[in-house]
Design a protein. Structure first.
Length: 99
């Protein structure tokens, strides 16, 4: 079933939204790399002073390899990250009531 990843990154949400809007091709390229690396679902959200990512990956190791790459670390800074991400990993089980 894979793993669900919830990553919360302290950051400048206005900078994040501006970066994503102005770099659509780069974002799509990174999306393709994530898919090739084992990501099967990805969502961004913004909260007060934080960027939130909710992903489904085939394994936690695949996520760690992706997020730990120098390219992704550089892009996180460009997107407005101002601190270390908090990452929660959970085994996806397929419980009744999910959709």
């Amino acid at each position: 079933m894979g793993v669900l990843i919830v990553m919360t990154v302290p950051g400048d949400t206005a900078q994040f939204e501006s970066f994503v809007a102005g770099n659509k091709q780069l974002v799509e390229e990174l999306t393709d790399k994530a898919k090739a690396g084992g990501c099967t679902s990805h969502k961004f959200a913004v909260g007060e002073g934080q960027i939130i990512v909710v992903d489904h990956w085939e394994s936690a190791e695949q996520f760690q390899a992706f997020i730990g790459s120098p390219e992704i670390q550089q892009v996180l800074g460009q997107m407005g990250a101002t601190g270390e991400p908090q990452i929660t990993v959970g085994a996806a089980k397929g419980f009744p009531g999910e959709f």
